[in-house]
Each structure stands twice: as C-alpha cells, then as structure tokens.
Design a protein around this ligand. Structure first.
Ligand SMILES: NC(=O)c1ccc[n+]([C@@H]2O[C@H](COP(=O)([O-])OP(=O)(O)OC[C@H]3O[C@@H](n4cnc5c(N)ncnc54)[C@H](O)[C@@H]3O)[C@@H](O)[C@H]2O)c1
Length: 250
C-alpha cells in the first residue's frame, strides 16, 4: 500500500543490554515496533523477563556487565538461538553522586566497572561475531556529562568520556569490516536512574536547558533506530549524537 513505511529493522537481531528499564527499554520497544528480533539483557532475571514479555521482545538474557563470563554466556546463548547479532545496544548504567574529596575508591571503581568496563566487555563478546560476518552496528549509550562534566560526578563523567573514546577507537578498528560503532550522549532524561536526584537540582537543571525540560526515553529511542537502520545509519562512524535538550552543542 502506498504511503506505508516499511519497518526500518525488519528481522535484524538486536541485543539490548540494560534493556529492562529506562532508555534501554524504550530502545528495545522501538526496535520491536520496527520489526527487529530483540533480545533484552539485564542483571535481574525476573525484571528482564517481565520487561521482555511486556514489549513482546523475542527473548531475554540475564547478564552482569561487570563479569565477562556472564556476558559471554549470555552472548553465546543469543548466538546459539539466533545465529547472529546485527545490533548491539549498550545501555546498562548506574549513577551515584559524591564530591571527589569524599569519594571512596570503591565508589569510583563500581561506576567504572559498570559504566565503562561493562561497555568494553559487551563489545568484546559481540564484535568478533560481527567482524566475522562483516556486518554489524554497535550503539553505546554515553552521556553529555562525558563531554561537559558534572559536579559530584567525576566517576560517572570519566566513565562516559571513556565510552566516547572507546566508541571512536573501536569505530576506527572495525569500520573496514562494515561494523559501525557510534554513541548516543543524552541530556537529562526522566528514568529511574535520575529518580533519586534532588528536586532542587532538577529545577536548577531545567532552568539551564534551552528547551527548559528533561527528555523522555521515547525521545532518545529514535536516534538509536536511526543509527541501527539502513540507509539512515550508513554514514555514521564513531559519532556521538546528542538528544540533550540543547545542553551541549559540540
Ligand atoms: N537518565 C538520564 O538522564 C541519562 C542521561 C545520559 C545517559 N544516560 C545513560 O543511559 C543509560 C540507561 O540509563 P537509564 O537512565 O535508562 O537508567 P535505568 O536505571 O532506567 O536503566 C539502566 C539499566 O541498566 C541495568 N544495569 C545496571 N547495572 C547493571 C549490570 N551490572 N549488569 C547489567 N545491567 C545493569 C539496570 O538494571 C537498568 O535496567 C545508562 O548508561 C545511563 O548512564 C542516562
């Protein structure tokens, strides 16, 4: 029928890590509605299987992104069942706040382990399969705080700057294998991750934003669909796209 757009991701197999909540869940839902075969991965087995049923995803996997054995086991399961992974989304993340002068080395390490090393471990497990097939897309969820920094967030800002650097370096390594690696650096988005931040901070933050408001996860997901799609995403290599209410203008 004329005027009906075909689904952008028909039959692509997508692994959405951190897909049980927030931005990852919105991306997973958007991928499902664009025809993708979506496997939602997250750390809690019940939460991830409930989320995957809710969004009519093809399946779910449990993994702790800090633990390479757990990541590899989940990726092997997806490969055994579907034979390929066309799109990897790395959206697992944690956020805590502390001034550096009070931050314990453990708090620093926890954030680096999940928010930066987790992205490395998921890429390490999945990208070799993409290189072997000479095809793939990797979408890493960074943050604008990796570009501009944030008070009380040295650990998080460092991890997210690391994700942006990792994205560029990996993109350089694998573009010749038709594996395109990019990042999304959202501004403040209403999700459980920011639920604990004080209302005072949120009011001040909203006032700083050119749009005057936080985004929603559903306003980030279309950027991931673009990066995963053909031809829309074909020319993005090592980029960091910024759905951020105007907070950062690179
Ligand atoms: N919400 C924002 O304002 C905002 C802004 C910029 C970037 N981000 C980034 O977006 C991503 C998604 O965050 P969100 O806001 O949707 O938060 P969220 O808390 O709703 O989702 C994060 C998900 O990551 C999972 N996760 C945490 N640790 C994990 C681990 N060790 N192993 C596997 N899964 C784990 C959680 O279970 C959760 O489902 C994060 O990387 C976050 O840093 C969020």
């Amino acid at each position: 029928m004329s005027g009906v757009r075909p689904p952008a991701l028909q039959d692509r197999v997508a692994l959405v890590v951190g897909g049980a909540s927030g931005i990852g869940a919105s991306i997973a839902r958007a991928f499902v509605s664009e025809g993708a075969v979506v496997v939602v991965a997250d750390r809690d087995a019940d939460a991830v299987s409930m989320a995957s049923n809710d969004m009519a995803a093809a399946g779910s996997a449990t993994m702790d992104v800090r633990d390479f054995d757990s990541v590899q086991a989940a990726v092997s399961g997806v490969m055994a069942r579907y034979g390929q992974i066309d799109v990897l989304v790395n959206s697992a993340g944690i956020l805590t706040e502390s001034p550096l002068v009070e931050m314990s080395p453990q708090q620093w390490q926890e954030t680096i382990d999940v928010d930066l090393t987790g992205v490395f471990l998921c890429c390490r497990a999945v990208v070799p399969h993409m290189v072997a097939r000479q095809s793939g897309r990797v979408i890493n969820i960074a943050s604008q705080l990796g570009i501009k920094g944030g008070r009380g967030l040295t650990h998080y800002s460092a991890a997210k700057a690391g994700v942006i650097g990792l994205t560029k370096a990996l993109a350089l390594e694998v573009a010749e294998h038709n594996v395109l690696v990019n990042a999304i650096a959202p501004g403040p988005i209403e999700t459980p991750l920011v639920a604990g931040i004080s209302e005072d901070w949120k009011v001040a933050k909203r006032a700083e934003l050119p749009l005057g408001r936080f985004g929603t996860p559903d306003e980030v997901a279309p950027t991931a669909v673009l990066l995963a799609s053909d031809p829309g995403g074909n020319l993005f290599v090592g980029q960091t796209l910024g759905p951020n209410s105007g907070d950062v203008m690179p």
